[in-house]
Every structure is written in structure tokens, then in C-alpha cells.
Write a protein that binds this ligand. Structure first.
Ligand code: AHR
Length: 500
């Protein structure tokens, strides 16, 4: 049927704040994310600031990236930070055994990462090595980064050209400790997380938020192990680590054959959407496990790797995880954000994997010409910046349309008091849909809308057609007795902004 769906929103009932950190990013030493993506080196003919690509940084500024996780991923548990400081020509060469088994020349290290964060205006989220590093190594790294006096590590930093300590608000304790980060069992890792966290000290005025490496997708036992290690968390407790993470990737197939990024059937499309919806169940169930020992929600949940994972593009290195990005990826992102907004009380941070040239990237660069394109996923991040640090609003979707049991309309909303932003995803591959926004509790003095869609779900951007999928103003919105009525074309993402 084409009868309008309804989304009911009480504009005057603000809920928990949607942290801007739910829009966080991730840059690993993997394929062409760091090398060739962010970092081109000081001798590059491409415009750069101290070796960091200017066009990439400029494009990302529109996303207001709140935090950047680095150096991995699996790479983090193989990374020894002292290899990446000092004169570049003297840095040792090491092996990136996880990603293509390539030689890592360590040109991009601690100072380069901190410069990148400064250029982006992003908070650094450093992932420390638990898998193959030592407690001392981790302890010295945070001292090197954040200590102001003449301690040994602060002195070493100064010798390498940086006088002032940096601020490092977020620290990861290992990564995927159940897999590439050491193949540990939950309880064993939970003890290590306690131990390492102890030595990640607050130096000077720097306050670190310590995030223990968490579960693989729906492994609730892992979350239970970490929570058990913290004991009962009271309002006044001072937990040894402050958050735990989990990772969840969306694909249409299985790990052996994940599906193609640009060529897929409707059936594979809906399977992808069904997989993306699963994140909501995981957010709910990890939170429920945490609630038992932490009813006051003192411990944060962090989804520090999420996004689509497809088979690599033909002709590219299988270890580099380079994939195209279509309108389908954009809808996977919008669905995740809707779920994140609903879980803003427990979810404190999320990081898409990864920012440039790897997995569900914002930016793809051409290795031959250097040309840069913005992906459909980039545009969803940009269209959602109005949700950063706004108060969530419940958006009740009243719609019976399904593909099998996959709901075909997703929505979420937030308010600042003076303005509100409503996100609407029509997940129907082939059918347009009118939606009535039933707006209650506050008068709407003005409105505007933007739309991201394209003729085909398979459409994507490349250097020859960089603007195939891009946002445009949306004219299909008008007043309705209940509030507004919005036309949603097939497979479209629309944001409606309200002046209150
Ligand atoms: O993001 C790519 C990889 O996926 C990360 O290195 C790892 O943590 C995960 O398995």
C-alpha cells in the first residue's frame, strides 16, 4: 500500500544526550588507510601539511570528526610505539603481518598521529598493545604523550621536537583479545585489562577514559567476564577501566564470501539490511548484561568497529580491504545511527571502520592519480552532524511494511531546544513512501529537508563520476494537519530539520 506511514515524535520530551563521539572514526595501519590515505609524506607532490593530505583533512572537517582511533585494530597488538618516534630515516622497518604482510616503515607514528588529530580537531583514541606489548611499554607511552614535567618520557618527547604534552582522553586496552589480540579467554583477558589499566595513568591534567577490548558481536559472555572483573559498580565507585567495547560488521554473506560491494541482488540487499538491524539487538543485550552489575550506567559501552565488510575489489590486495561504497552502504550507516541514538544512555562512543580506503570508508583515493571521492557513507555522516550532542527524542514508527520480517522504515530524532533533526530511511528497494511526521509538544516555525538517494541502490561515486550519490535539498515536504508529510523515494535517506 502507499498509505502514509506515521512517525510520532514528542518534541518536548528530550531523552539522553547523543554524544558526538557516536560519530567517531578509525584509522588503522591497514592497506591505504594511513599510507596513501591520510599520509603521503613530506616529499609528496600532493598538497599536504607535514606529510598529511590537505584535501582529505579538508573533506573530513565537514564531518566534525569527534575522535579518531589508531593505530588498530589487529595492528595495535603488534605495534610498538617506540618504533614510530624520532627521525623518520632512523625508524626501524617492521612487518605488518595482519594486513598484506607488507613492510611497515613506521613513517607515521605518534607525533604524526597527534598532528593529524590536531588538523581534524578530533580527540585522539589510542589503542594500546596488550597482545604482544608489556605493561611498562603501555605505561611509558601515556607518559610520553601526556606528561608535562621533566620525567624520562616527557624529556624524550621534547628531544623529538614536541615541548607541550598532548591531551589523550581515550585509551584502548588491547583489541579483539579473543582473536588477533592474543586468542585469550574472557576471564584471562579481564584480569589483563585490570592490570594494564592500572598503569595507564592520569598525568598532570590529563584524564584518561580506559576502554577494555570487548566482545565479538553477540558474545555476551565476554561482556559478562569484563563486568564480573569490575564487580558491583556503585555511583561512587572508581572503576579500574571505564568502558568496554564490542565489534560488529555487516555483510550479506558469511566470513568466507562476504558479498560484493556493488553487484548484489534485492535479496542480498535485504539480507544486508536485516544484518544491519542486528546491531540494535546487540546494543540492547550487551547493555542488559552491564545493567546487572552497573545499574547506574557508570561503565560505557563502545562500538569501536562497525560497518559493512565486502569482498575486496577485484585486482586489489586481499589484505588491504579496499571496497566500493553504494547507496546500500549509506542505508546501513543511517540504520546504525538510528539504533545508536536510541541507546544514547549506555553507548558512549562508536567508530566506523575505517575512515579512508578501508572497509566502509568516507573517502576513497585513487592510488594512481591521487583523485579523491566522497562516498555515500560520507554524506550520511555529514547529514547527521546536527545530532552531535543533541538530546535524543523518541521517534515512534507506525508502519506495517516489511520485507519478510525486515521493517522498511527507520527513523530517529534529536533536539537542541531551538531546533530538531529527524532522520528517515526508506529501506524499500523499489517503492516510494509518504510519511506523516506527527509532531507533538512544540510548535514548528520552519522546516527544511535534504535527501540522499540515487537511481539505483548500486550507484556509487568514483573519480569519473564523483557526484552520482550526493545530498540535495528535498522539496517533497509540506505541512500536514499532524505536522508534516514527507515523500520518501525508494531507497532514500532524508533528514528534516525543524525550527522550534
Ligand atoms: O577493521 C579491520 C579489522 O577488523 C581490525 O583490525 C580488527 O580489529 C577487526 O577484525
Amino acid at each position: 500500500s502507499t498509505a502514509p506511514a506515521r512517525v510520532v515524535i514528542n518534541l518536548d520530551l528530550p531523552g539522553p544526550t547523543i554524544s558526538r563521539h557516536l560519530y567517531g572514526h578509525f584509522a588503522e595501519h591497514l592497506g591505504r588507510c594511513v599510507y596513501g590515505g591520510f599520509w603521503v609524506g613530506e616529499d609528496s607532490p600532493l598538497p599536504h601539511t607535514n606529510g598529511i593530505r590537505t584535501d582529505v583533512v579538508e573533506a573530513l572537517k565537514a564531518l566534525r570528526i569527534p575522535n579518531l582511533r589508531w593505530p588498530g585494530g589487529c595492528f595495535a597488538d603488534d605495534y610498538h610505539w617506540r618504533d614510530g618516534i624520532g627521525p623518520r630515516e632512523q625508524r626501524p622497518r617492521t612487518v605488518n603481518s595482519h594486513w598484506g604482510d607488507v613492510v611497515e616503515d613506521n613513517a607515521f607514528g605518534t607525533h604524526e598521529f597527534m598532528t593529524l588529530c590536531e588538523l581534524l580537531g578530533a580527540d585522539p583514541y589510542v589503542s594500546g598493545n596488550v597482545g604482544s606489548g608489556t605493561v611498562r611499554e603501555m605505561s611509558e607511552w601515556i607518559e610520553y604523550l601526556t606528561r608535562g614535567d621533566d620525567s624520562p618520557m616527557a624529556t624524550l618527547r621534547r628531544a623529538n621536537g614536541r615541548d607541550e604534552p598532548w591531551k589523550v582522553p581515550f585509551w584502548g586496552l588491547g583489541n579483539e583479545a579473543w582473536g588477533c589480540g592474543g586468542n585469550l579467554r574472557g576471564d584471562a583477558f579481564a584480569d589483563l585489562a585490570r592490570q594494564y589499566a592500572t598503569y595507564v595513568r592520569d598525568h598532570g591534567g590529563n584524564r584518561v577514559y580506559r576502554i577494555a577490548a570487548g566482545a565479538n558481536a553477540d558474545d555476551y559472555h565476554w561482556t559478562e567476564s569484563l563486568m564480573k572483573a569490575l564487580g558491583q559498580v556503585e555511583k561512587s565507585s572508581n572503576p579500574v577501566f571505564q568502558a568496554l567495547s564490542f565489534h560488529y560488521y555487516t555483510m550479506s554473506g558469511d566470513w568466507q564470501d562476504k558479498g560484493d560491494a556493488t553487484s548484489f541482488s534485492d535479496d542480498e540487499y535485504y539480507r544486508t539490511i536485516a544484518q544491519a538491524y542486528r546491531v540494535e539487538e546487540m546494543l540492547t543485550r550487551h547493555s542488559t548484561v552491564m545493567d546487572r552489575r552497573d545499574p547506574h550506567k557508570r561503565i560505557g559501552l563502545v562500538l569501536d568497529e562497525w560497518g559493512t565488510w565486502w569482498n575486496v575489489e577485484e585486482g586489489t590486495n586481499p589484505g588491504f580491504l579496499y571496497q566500493q561504497n553504494t547507496m546500500r552502504d549509506a542505508l546501513v550507516a543511517s540504520l546504525h545511527f538510528d539504533a545508536f541514538h536510541r541507546h544514547a544512555d549506555r553507548l558512549v562512543m562508536a567508530n566506523i571502520a575505517q575512515t579512508v580506503n578501508v572497509l566502509q570508508a568516507m573517502i576513497l583515493t585513487d592510488p594512481a592519480t591521487g583523485a579523491l571521492v566522497l562516498t555515500p557513507t560520507y554524506h550520511v555522516f555529514e547529514m547527521n552532524t546536527g545530532h552531535h550532542d543533541a538530546a535524543s527524542l523518541e521517534a515512534h514508527v507506525i508502519d506495517d511494511r516489511r520485507f519478510e520480517d525486515v521493517p522498511l522504515l527507520s527513523a530517529s530524532a534529536s533536539t537542541t531546544g531551538e531546533s530538531a533533526l529527524i532522520s528517515l530511511s526508506n529501506l524499500d528497494a523499489g517503492q516510494a513512501r509518504p510519511v506523516v511526521l506527527d509532531l507533538r509538544g512544540q510548535d514548528v516555525s520552519g522546516y527544511g529537508a535534504r535527501i540522499l538517494t540515487s537511481g539505483s541502490l548500486h550507484d556509487h561515486n568514483d573519480p569519473s563520476r564523483p557526484n552520482t550519490v550526493r545530498p540535495r535539498p528535498h522539496e517533497g515536504v509540506s505541512r500536514h494537519e499532524k505536522g508534516l508529510i514527507v515523500d520518501l523515494p525508494a531507497h532514500s535517506y532524508v533528514t528534516v530539520s525543524l525550527e522550534l
